[in-house]
Design a protein around this ligand. Structure first.
Ligand SMILES: *Cc1c(COP(=O)(O)O)cnc(C)c1O
Length: 367
């Protein structure tokens, strides 16, 4: 039997990519914010309803350089229930992460626990729309306003989503998307910085090209995080198919939830289905060992025996990474810790067969 992985990158029809390649072979323009990167930037601005974005080499550098451009020093309140990138980006900027616990219902940062973590050193909040679930944006932004903090969303999972009728890109002072192969929309590797303050976005632009202002003037200690033209044309192709692919995944997502919501001891994410438009890229389940009768790792093994590779996203939580062993992080996160031991993210991608989803549900139901 074929191995089924948690995800499989979306590719456009090959002819569409080849058409663009022909032009690149004509012009020999391969990178350095070329015409296709600019075109992608314009199309994404329209798609996301924003005037302030920059395509970059990957999502991580978009986050790291957005934080750098804000020139902050001190503590950043964030979530440990995320991919390594979020915490690394904070620490690589010399900032100190302070970990806030998450909500049991949707795994996003718990806004009711943010204020008790604020000190006179706090400068920003970096929440994550984890699994594409909307953070409690209104509460977070009210707290930020009251305490004069910046809000930078890690929106790596939330491409193309709308919360309460508004593009996800509109929230916070800034946000970042990942266009990695495994995400809802890909440019092979890639990412997008959205920064609403124009001088700060200009600074991200300069940082992403070594801090070079002109031939004789290097103003900032930047690095290289430019998107190249091969990435950009993949984005132009994939963007055309985004909505059709999203709706294919919605069918699978809805089926999973319909079946699995009835299984005792299996919990699903709770969100406001009326007012949140997801991109349907993740289907995490949470296994309550006592109610379900087996723990997450045993269920994972059962699936593996049937060639189904689910993943423990996100385990361990980032604050427990080996590389941070010596750090004495502030912040208690018992809910994040427990959920990271219960979570199993099931296969979900555009070309996944409905029959495979049915098989996975059968295994979880224990038939
Ligand atoms: C994928 C991801 C990133 C990093 O994006 P890359 O494009 O892989 O660099 C950051 N944060 C989260 C939550 C992610 O899942």
């Amino acid at each position: 039997m074929e191995e089924i992985y948690v995800t499989k990158p979306v590719l456009p029809p090959m002819e569409e990519y080849v058409e663009y390649l022909k032009d690149i072979w004509e012009t020999h323009n391969l990178t350095n914010v070329g015409k296709y990167t600019k075109q992608l930037m314009r199309e994404l601005m329209a798609f996301m309803d924003t005037n302030h974005c920059l395509p970059m080499v990957n999502g991580h550098m978009a986050l790291e350089m957005t934080l750098q451009a804000m020139e902050m020093q001190g503590e950043v309140i964030t979530t440990p229930f995320t991919f390594a990138s979020t915490t690394h980006a904070i620490i690589r900027n010399g900032l100190t992460p302070v970990f806030c616990d998450i909500k049991e219902s949707d795994c996003t940062i718990d806004p009711d626990k943010i204020e008790s973590l604020i000190t006179d050193k706090t400068v920003a909040i970096v929440p994550v729309h984890v699994y594409g679930m909307p953070c409690d944006v209104e509460k977070i932004e009210a707290i930020a306003k009251k305490h004069n903090l910046k809000v930078i969303y890690d929106a790596a999972h939330a491409f193309g989503e709308k919360f309460y009728g508004k593009s996800v890109a509109k929230y916070g002072d800034a946000c970042m998307f990942s266009f990695h192969a495994t995400k809802a929309f890909n440019t092979i590797e890639g990412g997008l910085a959205i920064v609403h303050n124009t001088p700060t976005l200009t600074k991200v632009y300069q940082l992403h090209n070594f801090g070079i202002m002109d031939e004789e003037n290097v103003e900032f200690v930047g690095a290289n995080a430019k998107m190249n033209e091969f990435q950009a044309i993949m984005g132009l192709c994939n963007l055309k198919h985004f909505e059709e692919n999203r709706l294919k995944r919605k069918k699978l997502f809805d089926y999973y939830r319909e079946r699995l919501s009835k299984v005792k001891g299996i919990k699903l994410l709770e969100y406001d289905e009326e007012n949140v438009e997801l991109n349907y890229t993740y289907c995490p389940i949470f296994v309550d060992k006592d109610e379900y009768g087996m723990d997450r790792d045993v269920l994972n093994q059962l699936l593996l025996e049937q060639h189904i590779h689910a993943r423990k996203y996100f385990y361990p939580i980032t604050s427990q990474f080996n590389c941070y062993k010596e750090m004495n992080f502030r912040g208690d996160t018992p809910i994040a810790e427990r959920l990271s031991k219960e979570v199993l993210t099931l296969p979900l991608y555009t070309d996944l067969e409905m029959d495979t989803v049915k098989l996975i549900c059968d295994i979880i139901e224990g038939r």
